[in-house]
Design a protein around this ligand. Structure first.
Ligand code: F6R
Length: 242
């Protein structure tokens, strides 16, 4: 069942997402968090950091799993998702490095990295999965036509995703990686609770297809229609077509 929460703006969207996340972390100090990168969860992460600093909420027993990582960037690249997560969240809370999991795109045997990530995931139960959504309906980097039963795999990014993400690479499409390693849709669906954050009119069609469209691999996020506890938190612009 998908529940949709429509907010006035990004600040309110982030407040709502933080309310759900902090309620979990405060009540379950050893929770397992599935995390996303991109613009959508930054406000959520800012609120988690502020709460940690002001109220002392601890992450020392928290385990995290990120959705994805670009292939072809060194970890030290500022736009690697490893760098993104440390800069925007991990460096500012007391999560232990050993409890952080981000799919590795380093080395020559990427399939072995996918297998290792699936194996690590299978040892845990995700209590919550944070998602953004692509304008093409992708979740993680599960692009349109990815099977709903997919697990962690290597994927080619769609043209529209490369264009959308060029803003992080000096608006130069040629600098955007073309491949990524991503959790599969079935990994995402295994989370007990899912929160999907989307703002701006650019996401309105994808949100419509996710919530009101037919469940179909053409819109990967429509797989969430089968999930028992998904909350989509949107601003008015992203909810425009609902
Ligand atoms: C990020 C991820 C992607 C983004 C999506 C939206 O880890 O997996 O699915 O959530 O591309 O990105 P933003 O939030 O930048 O619009």
């Amino acid at each position: 069942m998908i529940k949709v929460v429509v907010c006035n703006d990004y600040e309110e969207v982030s407040d709502k997402a933080a309310e759900i996340m902090l309620n979990l972390v405060k009540n379950k100090p050893n929770a397992v968090l599935g995390l996303a990168t991109g613009s959508s969860p930054i406000g959520l992460y800012q609120r988690m950091i502020k709460d940690h600093q002001e109220n002392g909420t601890s992450y020392k027993d928290i385990t995290t799993f990120n959705l994805d990582e670009y292939v072809g960037l060194p970890l030290s690249h500022p736009e690697s998702y490893y760098s993104f997560m440390h800069r925007n969240l991990f460096d500012h809370i007391d999560v232990e490095e050993k409890n952080i999991h981000i799919p590795s795109s380093q080395g020559s045997d990427l399939q072995a990295n996918c297998d290792a990530y699936n194996a690590a995931l299978s040892e845990y139960q995700l209590d919550i999965q944070v998602l953004g959504i692509g304008s093409d309906g992708h979740i993680g980097f599960n692009e349109p036509n990815t099977p709903f039963d997919s697990v962690t795999h290597i994927t080619d990014l769609k043209e529209s995703t490369i264009r959308d993400n060029a803003r992080f690479f000096d608006n130069d499409i040629s600098k955007v990686p073309t491949k990524a390693i991503t959790m599969g849709i079935s990994n995402v669906l295994s989370a007990k609770k899912i929160i999907l954050i989307a703002t701006s009119e650019h996401k309105a069609q994808a949100i419509y297809d996710t919530v009101r469209g037919e469940k179909n691999i053409a819109c990967p996020a429509s797989a969430l229609q089968d999930h028992p506890d998904t909350v989509i938190i949107v601003d008015k612009a992203a909810a425009k077509l609902l």
